[in-house]
Write a protein that binds this ligand. Structure first.
Ligand SMILES: [Zn+2]
Length: 63
């Protein structure tokens, strides 16, 4: 059973938290590399994010 969780980021410009549109297995997260991904926040800021900018939300239990 693969349990995919949503990866969130916080916009570097407006500080809003939003889903990065990436779903990821928590067990595999440490081995993945999304660094350099360009992501656009809900307010239209397009920025590159590093791996340590991504985080899971523990409230996200269901898909
Ligand atoms: Zn923003």
């Amino acid at each position: 059973m693969v349990n995919l969780s949503k990866l969130f980021v916080k916009c570097r410009v407006c500080r809003v938290e939003f889903w990065s549109a990436i779903r990821c297995n928590k067990q595999h997260f440490a081995r993945l590399d999304f660094g350099g991904n360009q992501i656009i926040c809900p307010n239209g800021h397009k920025k590159r994010y590093n791996m340590n900018d991504f985080y899971f939300k523990e409230t996200e239990l269901s898909s």
